[in-house]
Each structure stands twice: as structure tokens, then as C-alpha cells.
Ligand binder design. Structure first.
Ligand code: AMP
Length: 406
């Protein structure tokens, strides 16, 4: 199968060639002809499947044939949950459309609104936006929707998780009724299906990878480790295995910052990316990490959404996620586009239930490994969880003392 057999036009094929994609991914094979034909889509696919090109390439081609965009108007709207994803999709759209005379742009919160208003003045064919900022711009009359032909809702499950449902509802009423709708979600919960029922018109359903399964190209295993030895084990792994690039997941922002400091104390270059960091700091950390300027990027789940680093070799769960599906999203950062990856979880006794929930979801028992070269210097030995002795019960106080003082 080739890209040209999917009905894509010459300027788009040229951009694909320059991106060095040789064959379309399974999702692209199904989605591209359907979008070109004007159909609605409901796609269950994760980042890494090639879904962005799956919708952007045909969307750009459809827009390239239409009328000019008017001042402050947009013709296609791509709604995404996070700034990182917005930037990433914006970059892809700009690159796939570089030989077309279409304008694309990205808007998201946490940065000044004025430059975004200025950019919108000239009209933008493809706008990638986070919901809150889009509504702010709309309330200032900076963006108008009457020319919208195509709506893309990306990572719909995450949008609902993040509480964007009301904002999405407010945006939908502003859009023209007649339009093409493309809905993407990593998981297909009952809630997502309900949203799809309301939004989509006889959609083509595409399920590419089986939902709830990490990619086979990722080798996964678990180290059972005492909570207060996790940091020492992480430093040991980074150093002894000479990791150049590891993405480490931590549940909390504070925990992520603390871990970065501890790693730095161990002479391992590290930075954190989470919601309390400014947009500039997040973008810089991500760019520096991609450029191999430091070795460990510590991220929270939300901040890591949309991180796309080709050939990222290691993902480490410093703490397991509370929501088992997030394990799949985390592990999905590695082993992409045909590369091998490693997904490693450091699991302490408090997390046994979380691990069981993950193994239940992915329907496999993760291998338990012992890191032979790691000698804990802490007083608590690195025991296997199942071997851990139960806490001895406190002896009941008896009235008569049986202790003899010899
Ligand atoms: P996505 O699932 O859209 O986040 O894409 C994941 C990664 O795959 C991105 O880095 C894309 O540049 C890359 N990609 C998309 N389509 C292809 C393709 N047909 N061949 C090779 N790489 C691709």
C-alpha cells in the first residue's frame, strides 16, 4: 500500500515524502480515503498510531479545494486537551501542508492572548485549539465559526477526564450544523460512545490496535522495591545501563520536582514537566530533552499527554498511575513507529493493588525482575513483595509479667 494509492494530491504526497514516511500506517489506510470522501469518523487509536497524519493529510486536501478563509474565521477546528498536544499537532499540520497555500495556527491557554488574536485577524484555515482558550477568543470576537467545515476532537477521552465536557458543549453550539466530524479517543467508554452518538453522522468506525493493549514492541517488567529505595534504584538503572533518555512518570507535581532534585544530587541531569510549570518552561524542557541535553525527564500524566519523542527508549513508572488506562498511555510513549522500547515499573508494597488493576486491564502478568547489581544501602532489604513477612502482632499486655531479670 502506498500513500499515492489513497487518493492524496501531489503537494501532500511531496510533504509526506519529505517527512520520510514510506508506507501508510493501518489507521491512515482506513481513515484517509474516508475523510477525503467527506465521511464522519469514530476512531479508537492511541498516539503513536499515526492518527495525526490520518486526519491532517485528507483534511488539508479537502480544504485546499475550497473557498478562501475570511478575516477572523477558521475552516477546520482541531480540539485537543493539552497545550503539548496542540503544539505537536500544529507542527504536523504545518509540515504536511507546507506545499499548500493554507494557513494553520495553534491557540492554547497559559500564554498571552493578544498575539493569538492578531494571528486570527487574517483568518486561519486549520486552527488547533484547547477548549478554554478557544472560548476566551470567541468571547472577544477574535474567532468566528461560520466557515467551519471540519471538526476534529482529538483524545476525546482525556478531554472528558479533564472536565472539558461543558466547554466542548459551548463550542459545538457555535459551529455550523452541516460539517464533517472526526472523533479520536484512546479508549471507548460508554461516555465516549454517547458523545459520538450525539456528534457523529453515520460514522465509519475504525479500531486500529486492540484497545487496552500496549504495543508489542515494548518490553515491560517490574522491579519490586521498597518505597524509599526507589530513587536509589532509579539512579542505579540510569547510570549502570547508561540511559541517555528516560521518561519517568510521577503522580504528583511536587513529587516530580523532588525527584528531579534528588537525581541531580546523584549527578544525573534531569528536569520536570508538569502543570505548574509555565508554557515556556515546558516547551524548553521538552526541546532540551529531545536534543539529549539532559537524561531524565520527570513528568506527570497530564503533562506527558502528547509528548512525541521518536526513538524514546525507556519509560519508567516511578509511581504506578491510579487509573490503570494511564499505564498504557505512559508505556505508549516508547516503542513507537517500529522502534523497540522498554517500560519499567518500580512497584512498592503500597502499589500492589494498582499493579493488579493494570495487569487485569492488559491481561498479562508483568515479569518481576531483580536488579542484580543493585545493592540497597538502606536498612530495609529489597524483598519480593510476596516474600515480605507480615508485621508481627504486638504482644498483648498481660497482667503478670513473664520477663525475668536475670
Ligand atoms: P501520532 O500517532 O499521530 O502521534 O504519530 C506518531 C509518530 O509517527 C509521529 O512521530 C509521526 O511523525 C510518525 N508517523 C506518522 N505516520 C507515519 C508513517 N506512515 N510512517 C512512519 N512514521 C509515521
Amino acid at each position: 500500500m502506498t500513500f499515492s494509492s489513497l487518493g492524496l494530491s501531489e503537494p501532500i504526497l511531496r510533504a509526506i515524502e519529505e517527512s520520510k514516511y514510506s508506507t501508510p500506517s493501518p489507521i491512515q489506510i482506513k481513515a484517509i480515503p474516508a475523510v477525503l470522501a467527506g465521511q464522519d469518523l469514530m476512531v479508537s487509536a492511541e498516539t503513536g498510531s499515526g492518527k495525526t497524519a490520518g486526519f491532517s493529510l485528507p483534511l488539508l486536501q479537502r480544504l485546499s479545494g475550497g473557498s478562501r478563509v475570511k478575516s477572523n474565521h477558521i475552516r477546520a477546528l482541531v480540539l485537543v486537551p493539552t497545550r503539548e498536544l496542540a503544539l505537536q499537532i500544529g507542527k504536523s499540520v504545518a509540515s504536511y501542508g507546507k506545499h499548500l497555500s493554507l494557513k494553520s495556527g495553534v491557540v492554547y491557554g497559559g500564554v498571552k492572548i493578544n498575539p493569538q488574536m492578531m494571528k486570527l485577524r487574517g483568518g486561519i484555515d486549520v486552527l488547533v485549539a484547547t477548549p478554554g482558550r478557544l472560548l476566551d477568543l470567541s468571547s472577544k470576537n477574535a474567532v468566528k465559526f461560520s466557515q467551519v467545515e471540519i471538526l476534529v476532537l482529538d483524545e476525546a477521552d482525556r478531554m472528558l477526564d479533564m472536565g472539558f465536557i461543558d466547554d466542548i458543549g459551548k463550542i459545538l453550539v457555535l459551529l455550523p450544523k452541516k460539517r464533517q466530524n472526526l472523533l479520536f479517543s484512546a479508549t471507548l467508554s460508554a461516555y465516549i460512545r454517547k458523545l459520538a452518538d450525539e456528534l457523529l453522522n453515520k460514522p465509519l468506525q475504525i479500531e486500529v490496535s486492540p484497545p487496552n493493549a500496549p504495543a508489542e514492541s515494548v518490553k515491560q517488567w517490574v522491579y519490586e522495591v521498597d518505597k524509599d529505595m526507589k530513587r536509589a534504584l532509579l539512579s542505579h538503572l540510569v547510570r549502570s545501563k547508561n540511559w541517555e533518555q528516560g521518561l519517568v512518570f510521577n503522580r504528583t507535581k511536587k513529587g516530580a520536582d523532588r525527584l528531579v532534585k534528588q537525581l541531580q544530587r546523584d549527578d544525573i541531569s534531569a528536569a520536570a514537566i508538569h502543570g505548574d510549570k509555565s508554557q515556556g518552561q515546558r516547551t524548553r524542557a521538552l526541546d532540551d530533552f529531545k536534543a539529549n541535553k539532559f537524561r531524565v525527564l520527570v513528568a506527570t500524566d497530564l503533562a506527558a499527554r502528547g509528548i512525541d519523542i521518536s526513538e524514546l527508549p525507556h519509560v519508567i513508572n516511578f509511581e504506578l498511575p491510579k487509573v490503570p488506562e494511564d499505564y498504557i498511555h505512559r508505556i505508549g510513549r516508547t516503542g513507537r513507529a517500529g522502534f523497540e522500547g522498554e517500560g519499567i515499573s518500580l512497584v512498592c508494597a503500597d502499589e500492589v493493588k494498582l499493579l493488579a488493576a493494570i495487569e487485569n486491564l492488559i491481561r498479562q502478568t508483568l515479569a518481576r525482575e531483580v536488579e542484580r547489581g543493585f545493592i540497597p544501602t538502606h536498612k530495609v532489604p529489597l524483598t519480593r513483595l510476596q516474600d515480605r513477612p507480615k508485621k508481627p502482632k504486638k504482644p498483648k499486655k498481660s497482667k503478670k509479667s513473664t520477663v525475668q531479670n536475670n
